[in-house]
Design a protein around this ligand. Structure first.
Ligand SMILES: [Fe+2]
Ligand SMILES: [Fe+2]
Length: 370
């Protein structure tokens, strides 16, 4: 039997010491090399035999947008935006008893600095994640054996370049600092890139990382009052919905001919990725920069009353898509019970992304005046 120790390096999912033991010790490096082990595959079968992928490819060609067309001249006062967001979203997040926590004595200035750092950190991680998507999708162009999937993946490479571009530009021009990649996110991206099975790139990137990105962009899109960021996220989300659909459509076909043992390996990979992504959202680097005891602060973060809602929302796309792929219930519901432990199973019957990518298309919406 595969244990938690084997899969995620610790017996208890909430073991804070083990989570914090993973750090990025490479923060000053300008490049980071990962060996890709999958074969680059040519196909001589140019027959367009996969209509769902062909349709997605056509959609991608007409849904391209130019990052330069966003309203970059919008003035962004980061502190004023944080205050406006606080007023707009008052009531969503309940009050919290801070007694005995590391933030007990914080002043309004401390809280403002914390929110600014959190935003810098969040968008930095999005930017790094987007570069991960750029690299993984370029890898899929090489490794997937189907011509329709190579065509589609090529359009996604362009989308991801644009996503890295917009987040990098927003950080540089509108915010107040960068963060290096979070250690848990880095570990996950390295694992995805290094795996020699082409379908694992899809599961790690299109289903797990991009599924989480789609949910969390949607969350921030709703909470922010800043019009440039709102529009930027709206455009990125319309691309991400196609990317997740690309993963679901491709893997549905591929998984149909895998053995039970092979499916079980995919379940384990999905669980490992889910835990790494959850760990990356504990913002340990922000606490470090704020000069508080990181272990105490992470314990406090895990215990926050809005934590379960926020954390589980991040899985609102991943869980239904895993269900559609048959990953929840294979092997006697192995992944279902893991997702139950993580408190995210209640999303299983939410809409899966193959159903919603059309509705999220921002470019088409604009063309009809939306
Ligand atoms: Fe992206
Ligand atoms: Fe993407």
């Amino acid at each position: 039997m595969t244990t938690n120790e084997h899969l995620i390096g610790r017996a208890q999912v909430d073991d804070v010491d083990a989570i914090l033991a993973i750090t990025n010790d490479d923060v000053d490096a300008v490049v980071h090399a990962v060996r890709a082990n999958a074969d680059a595959v040519f196909t001589w079968d140019y027959e367009r035999s996969r209509p769902a992928l062909a349709k997605l490819y056509e959609k991608a060609k007409t849904s391209q947008w130019n990052a330069n067309d966003l309203p970059w001249d919008t003035a962004v006062d980061q502190a004023a935006v944080i205050e406006a967001n606080r007023i707009q979203n008052e009531g969503i997040f309940g009050p919290m008893d801070l007694k005995g926590t590391p933030v007990e004595g914080w002043t309004d200035d401390d809280w403002m600095r914390f929110h600014m750092e959190t935003q810098n950190w969040t968008l930095s991680q999005f930017m790094h994640g987007e570069q991960g998507a750029l690299i993984c999708t370029a890898q899929i162009v090489e490794t997937v054996p189907w011509i329709d999937a190579k065509y589609y993946a090529a359009t996604q490479v362009m989308d991801e370049a644009r996503h890295v571009e917009v987040f990098a530009r927003y950080l540089d021009e509108k915010l107040s600092g960068h963060y290096p990649i979070n250690a848990h996110l880095k570990l996950l991206l390295d694992d995805i890139i290094a795996d020699d099975r082409w379908d694992m790139t899809y599961l790690g990137m299109q289903i797990m990382v991009e599924g989480l990105a789609l949910a969390s962009f949607g969350f921030i899109h709703q909470l922010t009052t800043e019009p440039l960021l709102k529009q930027l996220l709206r455009y990125v989300m319309s691309d991400e919905a196609r990317h997740v659909a690309f993963g679901v459509i491709s893997l549905q076909e591929f998984y149909a001919q895998l053995t039970a043992a092979e499916i079980r390996e995919r379940q384990e990979f999905a669980f490992e990725a889910a835990v790494r992504m959850r760990d990356r959202f504990l913002s340990q680097e922000v606490w470090e920069r704020m000069g508080v005891d990181v272990k105490e602060a992470v314990r406090f973060t895990l215990a926050a009353p809005d934590r379960p809602i926020f954390q589980s929302m991040l899985f609102s796309k991943i869980v239904p898509n895993c269900k559609k792929l048959g990953l929840l219930d294979a092997a006697d519901g192995w992944l279902r019970s893991r997702f139950e432990d993580l408190g995210v199973i209640h999303f299983e019957d939410w809409v899966d992304t193959t159903e919603e990518y059309g509705a999220l298309d921002a470019v088409a919406a604009e063309r009809v005046g939306g």
